[in-house]
Design a protein around this ligand. Structure first.
Ligand code: ADP
Length: 295
């Protein structure tokens, strides 16, 4: 009869098994070990989520990654929006093809400390509609986390598709409890209702919520520099308060931010002194505070 623990498969080294019990740990497959090794090199994992599409989630994810990279941190940006990968366009990387080796994929460098991965870099034709069912999408997300050669990173920023479906769930399950989330909303009640569901989702999966970002909240006049409330603003902040979640900031509607998205330039680098860039830097401050202080 084997003397190995029935749960984890280890013999001798499993303390529970020595006491004649099973430890309850499942033996890790080579795939799981590879995933753990790849993720173990990444200090902080941040998942950017939204309840609805079109609220500016990818724009916020890109600018969080840029702000962290411009602060000198090593950053990976992963686009898991399989049906609408927009990160390549937002960073002017469309048309790039990722180099694939036997068991790893090289991320595309944007700068010396920002690397990017998206399905957009793996499809031969960007106009191709991706018609994949759940298990295939889940397999791809696993590959992105397990086989992309991210190396040593301070942050991995994951841009998730909207909602609380299969993709965000797979991302959270693979990243584990240490992943933290940022939820993007617009001030309208219709978006807020969905965001409540995203908050509940994170509470259920046990992942810490870094906070809520209210995007397209007011308009800062380029002439007078004053903020005008085009729609009613502040509902995201109120909802965050009601649900006991930190509020990270209100990004105004900024025509240059929309142009940056269309043309693929790094807004925060081109307009470092604008109101929008200032808010972006405030949004990433709690993330920078998570890193150990270096002397
Ligand atoms: P999502 O990822 O939620 O679908 P996107 O980031 O793709 O949303 O943004 C949708 C559109 O709104 C894009 O054209 C983007 O440039 C624009 N946009 C996002 N945030 C702002 C903002 N604060 N000001 C102006 N345009 C914005």
């Amino acid at each position: 009869m084997s003397d190995a623990c029935k749960s984890c498969g280890k013999s001798g080294s499993c303390s529970s098994q020595k006491e004649g019990k099973d430890c309850g740990e499942k033996a890790k497959s080579p795939e799981d070990l590879k995933l753990a090794e790849n993720l173990g090199r990444i200090k902080n994992k941040i998942v950017v989520m939204s309840g609805k599409g079109g609220v500016g989630k990818s724009t916020v994810a890109v600018n969080i990654a840029l702000a962290l990279a411009l602060a000198g941190k090593k950053v990976g940006l992963l686009d898991v929006d399989v049906h609408g990968p927009s990160i390549p366009r937002l960073l002017s990387l469309s048309g790039q093809q990722a180099h694939i080796e036997k068991d790893y994929i090289e991320p595309i460098p944007w700068s010396k400390n920002l690397w990017v991965m998206s399905l957009g870099f793996l499809l031969p034709d960007p106009n191709e509609a991706v018609i994949w069912r759940g298990p295939v999408k889940m397999g791809l997300i696993r590959q992105f986390l397990q086989n992309v050669a991210w190396g040593e990173l301070d942050f991995l920023i994951v841009d998730c598709p909207p909602g609380t479906g299969d993709e965000p769930l797979t991302v959270m399950q693979l990243l584990g409890k240490e992943a933290k989330s940022v939820i993007v909303t617009t001030p309208q009640m219709l978006a807020i209702d969905d965001v409540r569901r995203s908050i509940t989702f994170c509470k259920r999966t046990g992942n810490q919520l870094l906070g809520v970002v209210e995007n397209m909240s007011g308009f800062v006049c380029p002439d007078c520099g004053k903020r005008h409330e085009i729609f009613k603003s502040g509902a995201g902040e109120q909802m965050a308060m009601d649900m006991g979640v930190p509020f990270l900031g209100r990004i105004p509607v900024d025509p240059e931010l929309a142009r940056a998205g269309d043309e693929g330039f790094a807004y925060i680098k081109v307009y470092p002194d604008s109101e929008t860039s200032k808010i972006m830097r405030e949004i990433v401050q709690p993330m920078l505070d998570m890193l150990p202080v270096t002397a």
